[in-house]
Design a binder for this molecule. Sequence first.
Ligand SMILES: [Cu+2]
Length: 180
Amino acid sequence: MNKTLPFITTAALAGLALAGCGTADSAETTNEHAVDGEFFSVEDPWIKATEESLDTSSDHSMTGAFVHLTNVSGEDQTIVGADAEIAEVVELHEVVDDGGVNLMQEKEGGFPVAADERYELNPGQDHVMLMDLTEEIKPGDLIEITLELENGETQVIDFVAKEYVGAQENYGDLEHDHTH
Ligand SMILES: [Cu+2]
């Protein structure tokens, strides 16, 4: 292969140089979403707005937060907790089928997200549960939630408050069955 090197033309060298640039550019573009200190790229983070005037002494001062995460850190990660100023208690929940009834419960071991994998938090599935809210959440509010990782790092995500319209009855049932 080395024998061919002397025969490479100026044009070919220019072409190689351009190709080199192109490769560098596309590499930068591909990694653009991997900001330092950001473990997950974040799609559609939203939190269910509270419906009634809030009674903070009530068990009903709770809501769920949802987001689609992609692990861009290059390593497996596990979300082991979450924190938010607006809630006294924040838990990682899963929904389990308990004899035909959907129940929410704290997910043991947290949310494991392998490198480059997606992890979806959706109504009726895994979600971040905020309980004992200290303020009403109105549609359009931005609610900051900090995800805590097993490695001790954190990632802060702003969740947009929305009125929840889809499958309202299911989620209502889930809230009703909540055992906290
Ligand atoms: Cu829950």
